[in-house]
Ligand binder design. Structure first.
Ligand code: DGY
Length: 329
């Protein structure tokens, strides 16, 4: 209950797994956006007006305009994602509104997908599948769909937080040499068990057979992978991105894949999302693209729903959020 005993009013911006919706419905007057597509901006601003709490997705932009539209009674923004680049956390902090996210529960599921993309691009699974379905499979071919070995190769992990480290654990299982880059070198008690060696970005890109991106999107990481940094990579290298689309300059990536600067890419995230069908990357056989599904296992999406609901409910009650995005210093 909020002040005066009324049930809190909340807006939930998409259908999330039942376990989260049921928890919210039990304690709140819930307005649920039920379409497959996100609410259009004008509708979003209309629906959040007067709410005590909002449960948003990475497709909903939360900025001053959103917060003005919601009104001064808004007590919490709970994002159904670990990433929060859709939210102006500083603007929320200025108004004393905590922001919740869903860290931890999607670490392994996301690393699973990143490794699956790495394997699929290296061993050309989508191309092989298309080849068979097109009726092109005539015989066993000594030179058919060749790719690099994954086992024993060198992986460069850019961004060595929870998900980057989970990627390292998977790479260890394949006997890979693990290099990492982050803003700071991590303590040996973190990196030693993972057999991970720190390198500056240029050296890491130059040495890696596979490069996997696990950074947050920020002004520092926008277009971190660009024409210059792609040129540092090996012509045989595979780039995997499960972080955020804008970390990669897609125009530069398309050129690099076309002219052989690098060998292949596998993307779970693009800029924009969905990627337009006339984007040059869509036409490239050496670019594998899936629709931002890294956390899409049933169990993980349930856990994210529970966490997002718990943050929302704590916020409308004026309690500390179980997982709050730290406000900027
Ligand atoms: C996140 O949580 O930030 C992912 O991109 C979606 O699960």
């Amino acid at each position: 209950m909020v002040d005066g005993g009324a049930r809190p009013r909340v807006f939930v911006a998409r259908i999330i797994p039942d376990v989260g919706l049921e928890a919210v419905r039990a304690d709140c007057d819930m307005d649920l956006w039920e379409d497959e597509l996100p609410p259009p901006r004008a509708e979003l601003l209309r629906r959040v007006a007067g709410c005590d709490g909002v449960l948003t997705l990475l497709t909903d932009k939360v900025d001053d305009e959103f917060l003005d539209a919601a009104g001064p009674q808004l007590k919490v923004v709970s994002n159904y994602a670990v990433g929060f680049d859709n939210i102006d956390v500083a603007a929320c902090a200025r108004r004393g509104i905590p922001v919740g996210n869903t860290p931890g529960v999607l670490t392994d599921t996301t690393a699973d997908l990143a490794f699956a993309l790495l394997m699929a691009a290296a061993r050309r699974l989508p191309e092989g599948d298309r080849f068979v379905r097109a009726g092109s499979w005539k015989t066993w071919g000594p030179l058919l769909l060749l790719g690099p070995d994954v086992h024993g190769a060198t992986i460069g992990i850019v961004g060595f937080g929870r998900i980057g480290q989970a990627m390292a654990r998977r790479a260890q299982g394949f006997g890979m040499e693990v290099l990492y880059h982050d803003v700071n070198e991590l303590p040996a008690e973190v990196t030693d068990p993972l057999g991970a060696t720190y390198l500056p970005l240029e050296a890491l890109l130059a040495r890696s057979d596979f490069v996997s991106l696990h950074v947050n999107l920020s002004p520092l990481t926008r277009h971190l992978i660009n024409a210059q940094t792609l040129a540092w990579m090996k012509p045989t290298a595979v780039l995997v991105n499960t972080s955020r689309g804008p970390v990669v300059d897609q125009v530069a990536l398309a050129a690099a894949l076309r002219d052989g600067t690098i060998w292949a890419a596998a993307l779970d995230v693009t800029d924009p999302e969905p990627i337009p069908m006339d984007d040059p990357l869509v036409g490239l056989d050496n670019c594998l693209i899936v629709p931002h599904i890294a956390s899409a296992s049933r169990a993980t999406r349930d856990k994210m729903a529970q966490m997002a609901a718990a943050n929302l409910l704590a916020g409308v009650r004026g309690e500390a959020l179980p997982t709050e995005v730290p406000p900027p210093a």
